[in-house]
Design a protein around this ligand. Structure first.
Ligand code: MTE
Ligand code: MO
Length: 315
C-alpha cells in the first residue's frame, strides 16, 4: 500500500502527452536498466505519473482518497476480504501484459499494455463506483474510451456482445489456489455491444494520476460507471466479440440475485437487501448514507440504451 502513496498533480502540472514519452525514454535509461536487471517487479511501474487530459463526464463530487480506493477492494482472485487484495496483490506481475482481441472481428490481434499507455490520450474521469453490496466510492480514474481501443479490430456487423476475461495465474493470485473454491476462474464479464462502445465505458490504466494499484485491477480493467461494480472486470487478458450473450461470473453464480445487465437501479432491490441507498466509503465509522441514483447518476447519458426494456425483468 505505501508503495502507491503519491500526490495527485494539480491541473496546472499536467503536462502534454509528449512528456510521458520523454519520461519513459528516461526511465528506460539509467533507472530503467537497474530495475530490469533486478527482475522488473510490477511494483516498479507504480509511482509513475501518467500524463492525462481532462476527460468528459466527471462528477464534481470529492474523490475518495487513494488509501480508501486501494485499501477497500473486491478482487476475489486475492481473497474475499476487502483488505485481502491490498495485502496480496503485489505478487501479481503486470509485465509483459497483452489483451487478446478476437471473436467476430475482421482484424483479430492483441493490445499491448505499453501501447495503451503511450499511443492513446489518457483521460481523467472522476466516476462514482457503486457496488452491488450497497457501498460506493468516487474514483478519479485514468482511462481510455473502450471504443477507441477496439475500433482498429474492425468489428463484424453481426456482433452483438463483448466478452471479457481476467487473468488466471494461481501462483500469483492466491484466491485461485485456495482450497475453498471461491469462484470458478477465470472471472468473466460481458456487455451488450452498444454498452461497450458507449463513451462512458473506459479501460482504466490508472487512478489518482498513477498507474493502477494491482489491487484495483492492474494493469488494465474495465469501468462501466452506470452498472454495479462487479461488471467492471479487472486485470483483463481477453476481449471477444460474440453473437450470444456472454457468461458473467456473478450471474452464473446466482442468476436470481445478479442479472446480466446489473444497471444501478434504486427501484429494483437485491433479493436480500435494498438498493435504494448506499454507504459512501470514507469518514470511517460515520461514513454517510446517501440515496442511490438511477443508473448511478448517469441516466442522462445511458437511459436511452434501455428504451422499452423492462428493467425489473432485465435487472
Ligand atoms: N477479476 C475481478 N474483477 C472484479 C472483481 C473480482 O473479484 N475479480 N470484483 C468486482 C467488484 S464486486 C467490484 S465492486 C469492483 C471493485 O473495484 P475496486 O476494488 O477497484 O473498487 O471490481 C469488480 N471487478
Ligand atoms: Mo461489487
Amino acid at each position: 500500500m505505501p508503495a502507491y502513496r503519491f500526490p495527485v498533480p494539480p491541473a496546472s502540472e499536467i503536462t502534454p502527452k509528449h512528456a510521458i514519452l520523454n519520461r519513459r525514454a528516461f526511465m528506460a535509461g539509467a533507472a530503467g536498466l537497474a530495475v530490469a536487471a533486478a527482475g522488473a517487479p510490477a511494483r516498479t511501474q507504480a509511482g509513475e505519473m501518467l500524463k492525462t487530459v481532462a476527460g468528459p463526464f466527471s462528477t464534481d463530487e470529492t474523490p475518495n482518497s487513494l488509501d480508501d480506493i486501494s485499501g477497500y477492494c473486491n478482487f476475489y482472485e486475492f481473497g474475499t476480504g476487502k483488505g485481502d487484495p491490498a495485502k496480496y496483490a503485489d505478487k501479481l506481475t503486470t509485465r509483459p501484459w497483452t489483451i487478446e482481441v478476437g471473436g467476430m472481428v475482421n482484424n483479430p490481434g492483441a493490445i499491448d499494455i505499453e501501447d495503451l499507455l503511450t499511443q492513446y490520450t489518457l483521460e481523467d474521469r472522476i466516476y462514482r463506483l457503486r457496488c452491488v453490496e450497497a457501498w460506493s466510492m468516487v474514483v478519479p480514474w485514468v482511462g481510455i474510451p473502450l471504443s477507441s481501443v477496439l475500433e482498429k479490430f474492425d468489428v463484424q456487423g453481426s456482433a452483438k456482445y463483448v466478452a471479457f476475461e481476467t487473468l488466471v495465474r494461481p501462483e500469483e493470485m492466491r484466491g485461485q489456489s485456495s482450497t475453498f473454491p471461491i469462484l470458478p476462474w477465470p472471472y468473466v464479464e460481458g456487455l451488450r455491444l452498444d454498452e461497450a462502445m458507449h463513451p462512458l465505458t473506459i479501460l482504466a490504466v490508472g487512478l489518482h494520476g498513477e498507474v493502477l494499484p494491482n489491487q484495483n485491477g492492474a494493469p488494465v480493467r474495465l469501468v462501466v460507471p452506470w452498472k454495479y461494480g462487479f461488471k467492471s472486470i479487472k486485470s483483463i487478458v481477453s476481449i471477444r466479440f460474440t453473437e450470444e450473450e456472454p457468461p458473467a461470473t456473478w450471474n452464473l453464480q446466482n442468476p436470481r440475485e445478479y442479472g446480466f445487465y446489473s444497471n444501478v437501479n434504486p427501484t429494483v432491490d437485491h433479493p436480500r437487501w435494498s438498493q435504494a441507498s448506499e454507504r459512501r466509503i470514507g469518514g470511517g465509522l460515520f461514513s454517510s448514507r446517501i440515496e442511490t441514483q438511477m443508473f448511478n447518476g448517469y441516466g442522462e447519458q445511458v437511459a436511452s440504451l434501455y428504451d422499452g426494456m423492462d428493467l425489473k425483468k432485465y435487472f
